[in-house]
Design a protein around this ligand. Structure first.
Ligand code: SF4
Length: 203
């Protein structure tokens, strides 16, 4: 694994202030690459691992930290760039108390024995796991699109050695009518993501 690879990340978009990818207002980072090929996927253009824009992980981290919101990793599937997202998560954790959510098409059990992806898992507070299953589509679900997908409390799961579901306590439900599948962006990474280059040595 080269230093260059670890320190760069392919990003489709960064959205600040979103309320559909976890509780509260969050910064969502959409990484390129996914091979799950779920029928009915909201964003098949995100499957290409060479899509989006390659940027420094530190640039992304600085933009996230400057915004000051909790964070969601999505895509695509962040588990297709585990080293880059792990580094990003570690920088965020070292410089803030923001919580980190991550969406993945894998069920969490698959990640336990995969050292590269487990390293990312260990940086995550809540994992929204499992592929999107069109026949189980349910617009009333919180933060996910089909009934097979779970909100997993990752620290509790790792500590107890069994899947522990996350139960949100203080969320508002006004966005339930806006299914996540309809909202995920497909636009190129926003220019603001690279507007913080001059601060790149601050971390
Ligand atoms: S995991 Fe998500 S991005 Fe990947 S194919 Fe399934 S719905 Fe699409």
């Amino acid at each position: 694994m080269t230093e260059l690879y670890i320190n760069s990340i392919r990003i489709l978009d960064i959205v600040h202030g979103t309320s559909v990818d976890g509780p509260g207002l969050r910064t969502s980072i959409y990484g390129a690459g996914c091979t799950h090929q779920c029928p009915g996927c909201h964003n098949p253009q995100s499957w290409d691992p060479s899509g989006g824009t390659s940027v420094s992980v530190r640039e992304v981290a600085e933009e996230v930290l400057a915004e000051g919101l909790d964070v969601t990793f999505s895509g695509g599937d962040p588990m297709f760039q585990p080293e880059a997202f792990t580094l990003l998560a570690k920088i965020i954790r070292a410089n803030s108390t923001h919580d980190i959510w991550c969406y993945t098409g894998y069920r969490i059990e698959r990640l336990f024995s995969d050292p590269r992806r487990r390293a990312l898992l260990e940086q995550v507070d809540v994992l929204v796991d499992g592929p999107y299953v069109q026949s189980l589509r349910d617009l009333s679900l919180l933060f996910r699109g089909s009934a097979n997908q779970r909100l997993v409390d990752v620290p509790a799961t790792l500590a107890q050695g069994r899947v522990v579901l996350y139960t949100p306590e203080d969320v508002t439900y006004e966005y339930i009518s806006k299914p996540r599948q309809a909202i995920l962006p497909s636009s190129p990474m926003r220019a603001t993501a690279v507007s913080i280059l001059e601060h790149s040595n601050a971390l």
